[in-house]
Design a protein around this ligand. Structure first.
Ligand SMILES: Cc1cc2nc3c(=O)[nH]c(=O)nc-3n(C[C@H](O)[C@H](O)[C@H](O)COP(=O)(O)OP(=O)(O)OC[C@H]3O[C@@H](n4cnc5c(N)ncnc54)[C@H](O)[C@@H]3O)c2cc1C
Length: 351
């Protein structure tokens, strides 16, 4: 008997495992490769929505948690994950500059938007109106995190690499059983895989496909993240990730030539140097109709829980949402009502 069975080992599953280890709870994990979101994410964390210069949802609370969270993962796993890189928003006009400085004046945004106008000094970038710098930003190497964390659990024989079979799950008032595993509770953290979860697929997880390119550009010489119509994210060795796209119809993890063309067309409006494409990846962001996470207990069955809906901000949301789920289960604390799944209609629930 273990305390928890967790299904899914992306950012959500990892964040929940971390809470369990922190509190000395026993657990096992089942994970397959059907979803790729955490493996391919740009990995950026940044408290500001750069399209409209708004503060992201609960950004302040989330930023307060992520530093310790990723630092303790780095210490435990012995790898470097959190790269504290500045994010520069490229201005397309004087109007945009003005909007930025108006926003930077607001109390809530003051800690996160620099009031200095940065002039472009990189000849490989076209940025005649300069940049604004977002403060307290960085990039987490999510692919490395998933890989190293999977290895860490495998070594301890806590990870089963297989697809969860819903027919094998039995739940009663005291515990759940799945094959040979008996657990007090089960937590589903399967990202867009929620669609095939009969317990929770009544929830409005839409999913938004995103694609990213990696390019090699030896002349770009840029160490900061540049946000224009696409992001340029430096990852070292003259490699840069270019992303990303947002598509709502296609729900496959296959890279497409349309997305590649879209990314390159946008990139070339502000990149002046030669480059070559090194790789192209795709995944589905677990996005929700109201843009809030999906966290909580199954409305009918006591020992079945959900941690999902991190959308395009998993790096920042994972520590926050996993904390709340843990506190809810173990210490009867209430979940932030904005992300508690009880906010959704329960008419279509299957048991
Ligand atoms: C192109 C792109 C760029 C992004 N950039 C950023 C960014 O810069 N910053 C940021 O914060 N976020 C970013 N995101 C969003 C981020 O990737 C997600 O918010 C986050 O990774 C979701 O994590 P998750 O654990 O909920 O889901 P996932 O990463 O999808 O993990 C779910 C896991 O569960 C497994 N699984 C599913 N079903 C089953 C099953 N039946 N049995 C066993 N295992 C199962 C999957 O295979 C997967 O391993 C980006 C996403 C995309 C697509």
């Amino acid at each position: 008997m273990v305390d928890y069975l967790i299904v899914g080992l992306g950012l959500a599953g990892i964040a929940f495992c971390e809470r369990l280890e922190e509190h000395g709870k026993s657990f096992m994990v089942i994970n397959d490769q059907s979803q790729t979101s955490s493996n391919i994410a740009g990995g950026l964390y940044n408290p500001v929505i750069l399209k409209r210069f708004n503060l992201a949802w609960k950004a302040h609370e989330q930023l307060g948690l992520i530093q310790d969270f990723y630092k303790s993962l780095e210490d435990k796993l012995g790898v470097s994950l959190d790269h504290k890189v500045p994010v520069l928003r490229r201005f397309a006009s004087v109007e945009e500059q003005n909007l930025w400085f108006e926003a930077a004046d607001k109390q809530r945004l003051k800690p996160y938007l620099s009031t200095k106008l940065l002039i472009n000094n990189n000849p490989s970038l076209n940025a005649p109106f300069g940049f604004g710098e977002v403060l307290q930003t960085g990039r987490v190497d999510t692919l490395k995190l998933v890989k190293v964390y999977s290895g860490y659990l495998s070594k301890k024989k806590l990870l089963f690499e297989e697809t969860f079979n819903f027919e094998e799950l039995k739940a009663d008032v005291n515990n759940v059983s799945y094959g040979n595993i008996n657990a007090k509770r089960i937590v589903f953290a399967t990202g867009f895989g929620l669609k095939s979860n009969k317990y929770f697929n009544y929830l409005p997880l839409n999913g938004t496909k995103g694609e990213l390119l990696t390019i090699k550009a030896p002349l770009l010489n840029e160490e900061r993240v540049i946000k224009s119509s696409v992001f340029i994210i430096p990852i070292g060795n003259d490699l840069y990730r270019i992303g990303s796209t947002y598509k709502w119809k296609d729900k496959t993890n296959e890279p497409t030539s349309e997305a590649r063309l879209e990314l390159l067309t946008k990139l070339e409006t502000f990149l002046n140097c030669d480059y070559k494409i090194v790789s192209h990846v795709a995944g589905i962001r677990p996005t929700v109709a109201d843009r809030r996470p999906l966290v909580g207990k199954h409305p009918v069955i006591d020992n079945i829980y959900l941690l999902n809906g991190f959308g395009s901000r998993g790096v920042m949301i994972a520590p926050y949402a996993s904390n709340q789920l843990y506190e809810y289960i173990e210490n009867s604390r209430s979940i932030d009502p904005e992300m508690d799944i009880t906010r959704y209609e329960q008419a279509n629930i299957k048991v």
